[in-house]
Design a protein around this ligand. Structure first.
Ligand code: BGC
Length: 353
């Protein structure tokens, strides 16, 4: 586990938007810097209160993220688990705002927040700022005017995430790298359906745009048969793809899903329709959930993109530590995605299991 700590911490002082170059699970070579990286001196590990709210516990990816965040804070950094409160926002911003108000009443020392609606960041930031509590936003990126405001006004708020343009581009590249570049029927264009996450979320917007852009940038003609929101949800993904296959049948060459949960639903619909992945249809997701990566190994998924929850969780915790130490934090901190295809799926599986 210790190795995973390191790469997250290499990002700390590299400018306004920090890109963490090496993914934590691949960071074996960085071990030597570990001492300097995890500097907890002066932090009251026993008594520090940390308030965490996750937009929805039912989300598969955020469950992995939340588990790693709590594990890292308690096991690797040594915070007292009794003082770490993790709330379920239940996909309801009003409910989550109440939780944040309670954290303020309880005088937590720092918050780590996965907002239900990133558009509520200005209001939440002001609440926390007035109470003198620093906040680390994760996973759902507030818009740039908001993070610019934190920097300009010296507000103790920061975002830790991954640039979803990169994940979208990787999805498109995975299709380009197939034997026929996604044009299974050879009609000179790639006909696809797009299953989108919650469109309020920048990850959904960017993955939708950049996956297709990778194809068009390569000079490939595309045809969008359907774009529909599946809200990151497996059952919705299954229903959307089932209906799309009924309506468009053999015309569907590629199924893009903004995340793996929806892609796993899509796979159920694809198999029920008697279609064969990588032969008469391609399927790509994002996150690298274990089931998705296993499906790549088994030939039932074309590809996914590793959304590095280890690095993101650890970086978020490290930013919280910096605030506790009174240090400055960059407003935006980004972790790299990793492309996952049949070429490296077995190796990735070992690392995420
Ligand atoms: C993940 C999704 C997840 C969403 C939650 C995205 O980055 O890819 O699986 O549902 O975050 O906000």
């Amino acid at each position: 586990m210790k190795k995973k700590v390191v790469a997250s911490l290499l990002c700390v002082a590299m400018g306004m938007t920090t890109i963490i170059g090496s993914t934590a699970v691949f960071a074996e070579e960085a071990e030597a810097t570990e001492e300097a990286a995890v500097d907890l001196e002066g932090v009251d590990l026993e008594n520090t209160k940390i308030g965490i709210s996750i937009y929805q516990f039912a989300d598969n990816f955020m469950t992995l993220y939340r588990t790693e965040l709590v594990r890292y804070l308690t096991e690797d950094l040594g915070f007292n688990a009794d003082n770490i409160v993790v709330q379920d926002g239940k996909n309801d911003q009003a409910e989550q705002t109440n939780q944040i108000n309670n954290f303020i009443t309880d005088q937590v020392d720092v918050m780590i927040l996965n907002l239900v609606q990133s558009s509520s960041a200005p209001q939440v930031t002001d609440m926390c700022n007035e109470a003198g509590i620093p906040v680390v936003y994760i996973n759902r990126q507030p818009d740039e005017t908001e993070s610019d405001r934190w920097a300009a006004d010296g507000i103790k708020a920061t975002y830790v995430g991954a640039d979803a343009r990169q994940s979208g581009t990787f999805q498109g590249e995975e299709i380009l790298e197939t034997a026929n570049g996604g044009d299974i029927n050879g009609d000179g264009k790639v006909s696809y359906i797009m299953v989108q996450g919650d469109p309020e979320n920048i990850d959904a917007q960017y993955r939708t745009e950049y996956s297709v852009k990778a194809l068009t940038d390569a000079g490939v003609e595309v045809e969008e048969l359907l774009l529909q929101r599946g809200d990151w949800d497996q059952a919705k993904g299954q229903q959307i793809v089932q209906d799309a296959l009924t309506q468009y049948g053999e015309q569907v060459e590629v199924v893009f899903c903004n995340n793996d949960a929806m892609a796993l639903g899509a796979l159920q619909a694809i198999q029920a329709a008697g279609r064969v992945i990588n032969e008469d249809i391609y399927l790509v997701g994002v996150d690298a959930l274990t089931d998705a990566v296993q499906n790549i190994v088994d030939g039932n998924f074309t590809g996914t993109v590793f959304n590095d929850h280890f690095s993101q969780a650890q970086t978020a915790a490290n930013m919280a530590v910096k605030y506790l130490k009174g240090e400055d934090v960059d407003p935006v901190n980004m972790v790299d995605y990793v492309k996952v295809t049949a070429d490296n799926a077995a190796e990735i599986l070992e690392k995420i299991k």
